[in-house]
Design a protein. Sequence first.
Length: 136
Amino acid sequence: MQFTSTPRGARLARRFVSHRLDEWGHPYDSTANETLTLIAAELAANAIRHGHVPGRDFHVRLVQCTDETTTILRIEVADTRTERRPSLETPAPPAAEEEAGRGLLLVSRVADRWGVAPRVGAPGKSVWAALELNSQ
């Protein structure tokens, strides 16, 4: 899904993720929904703040893969800014007085895996995160 690189676009992306997860059987108040919605909010905010190119939108892709024992929920947020790639090392916490710099730290703590990949079919990058849920 495509969203404008604005605060409104980030809010709509977060709602899209939460609604889709609810449709897939992960209710709004479930840990999976709340966690992936939080990740979506952080990645969308980063795409707007650090990956914005004037006139270009960001894209969100949400995937669910299930087998007999595990469900994997994966979110990808793509922007068109190729030269600004986050480091894959666990981010250091910012100083207490800093107002920013906690987004990827938070993602690295709540996601089971996360990373950065070149954007397929267009310039830019895709930052992704995945949650693994044990099937019951």
